[in-house]
Ligand binder design. Structure first.
Ligand code: PLP
Length: 468
């Protein structure tokens, strides 16, 4: 894909990063103060990355003081084709003049989007898929997937995974493992261990475990005394995102597919964060050759940030009654037209291939740098979904969340925006727009590495700490 690099070059603010002084600048500070007066105490991002954003282009963002940042966050995995891609903007503007809101009536943008998506789905779904559009967020797609599989099987229980993140609405929250969000709710959800090999929940080693965690799933579904009734679905992220960019070993997802088939349990793959080229293939489940029964899609589905979500599923599950899952904003025509334009673009420029190449490059650079950075315990990822796990000690692997937040602050002060996640809040995460150029990426990675060095120094000398 490096030959196609030039097609991405004009998409970004240039130069980047470019800071005119200390950040946050005076305008950002004033707007953050006003936000503090007006907005809920539940807001989160601006508390850790204190900036007021004015504009975005490609893999860069400009704040209200005129500072330009490299965006390694990509709207939490939304902006695969970058901020304001001109081709997508044009498609959205044309659609906006024609029709914006259409509930679930058939329209040309919707039919074309479904037809296009169908050609991209894995395996048999390419032949058999049906789509359902509900509310415009990923959480709603998760709700729909749970409702569909419950309606189809007549079962209530669901198996999800430790470290999962599936959203904030009640059903989606029930399958989200982080108790800090106020869940899991009182619904029959059972959390199985995910193959988090750096911290194996079963205390095993990846070279000798023989995927014991998958075996546990198998026996838990088999054994009438496991405490887990036969579930309506097994719901899994092919790579856990918010959980800390946890990449399962090759073959794990295929094993989950085999086990769910054996027990006649529908498999839902949540591709909300991993989809649309993010991990180097169009969908992450393709890496293991897996075809789920249901896929949840959102985030990059709306092109450049228009809200939309849907589920794609095997037609055999399609026994819903009319109106079984509805929502006023389930027919956002601009989002559909933008999504279609973005998908066509992704195919045209082989964006997934670009992500795969740049992802390998990034992992290589980070792993080379790891030797000299004692706080970097693990570097992992696939495509441009990358996580760096920070630890106090490489032998004990004690999580170091303060290091992760300090690195985020150092990166921000140097003009790169990253996110932090993970079970212990100790994983620095990269989810840059996939249209990022090699040059911007290399600059961002270099700044990240410098930031780790600076954060290690600062935490060694707490008096040198910069305000977060
Ligand atoms: C894998 C996954 N599923 C579901 C969601 C929820 O999507 P939304 O925030 O749009 O409701 C997210 C959001 O980060 C996600 O990463």
């Amino acid at each position: 894909m490096s030959d196609d690099q030039h097609s991405f070059e004009d998409l970004h603010f240039d130069p980047a990063p470019a800071l005119s002084g200390e950040v946050p600048g005076p305008r950002s500070r004033a707007m953050l103060a006003e936000q503090d007066e007006l907005e809920s105490s539940a807001r989160s991002y601006p508390l850790s990355v204190p900036v007021a954003i004015e504009a975005g282009r490609g893999a860069t963002m400009r704040d209200v003081d005129g500072n330009t940042f490299i965006d390694f966050f990509g709207g939490a995995g939304v902006l695969n084709v970058g901020h304001g891609h001109p081709v997508v903007l044009r498609a959205a503007a044309e659609q906006e003049k024609r029709l914006v809101h259409a509930l679930d009536f058939p329209t040309s943008p919707k039919l074309r989007l479904m037809r296009k998506l169908k050609t991209l789905l894995p395996g048999a779904l390419r032949e058999s898929a049906r789509f359902h559009f509900g509310g415009p967020t990923g959480s709603d797609a998760v709700e729909a997937a749970l409702k569909l599989t419950r309606a189809h099987t007549g079962r209530e229980a669901v198996v999800a995974f430790q470290g999962s993140y599936h959203g904030m609405t009640s059903g989606a929250l029930s399958v989200t493992s982080d108790t800090g969000f106020g869940g899991p709710a009182a619904s029959p959800v059972h959390f199985m261990p995910y193959p988090y090999c750096y911290r194996c929940p079963l205390g095993l080693k990846p070279d000798s475990c023989e995927m014991a965690c998958a075996h546990l799933l198998d026996t838990s579904l088999e054994d009438p005394h496991s405490g887990i009734p036969k579930p309506a679905a097994v719901l899994i992220e092919p790579i856990q995102g918010e959980g800390g960019t946890i990449v399962p070993p090759d073959g794990y997802l295929a094993e989950v597919r085999r086990i769910t088939r054996k027990h006649d349990v529908p498999l839902i793959c949540d591709e909300i964060q991993t989809g649309f080229g993010r991990t180097g293939t169009f969908f992450a489940c393709e890496h293991d050759g897996v075809t789920p029964d249901v896929m949840t899609l959102s985030k990059a589905l709306g092109g450049i940030g228009y809200p939309i979500s849907c589920i794609a599923y095997d037609a055999q599950l399609d026994g819903w009654r009319p109106g079984a899952h509805i929502g006023t904003f389930r027919g956002h025509q601009v989002a559909m037209a933008a999504g279609l334009a973005a998908i066509e673009l992704m195919q045209e420029v082989n964006l997934a291939g670009h992500a795969a190449t740049l992802g390998e490059l990034t992992l290589g650079l980070l792993r080379d740098a790891q030797e000299a950075l004692p706080s970097v315990g693990d570097v992992r990822g696939r495509g441009l979904m990358i996580g760096i796990e920070l630890v106090k000690d490489r032998d004990t692997r004690e999580p170091w969340p303060e290091m992760a937040t300090q690195i985020r602050t150092e990166c921000f002060r140097k003009g790169v925006i990253i996110e932090v996640g993970g079970h212990f809040g100790n994983v620095a995460r990269f989810l840059p727009p996939l249209v990022i150029t090699r040059e911007l990426l290399l600059t961002g990675v270099e700044i990240f590495i410098e930031s780790v060095r600076a954060a290690e120094e600062a935490l060694a000398r707490p008096s040198a700490l910069v305000a977060g």
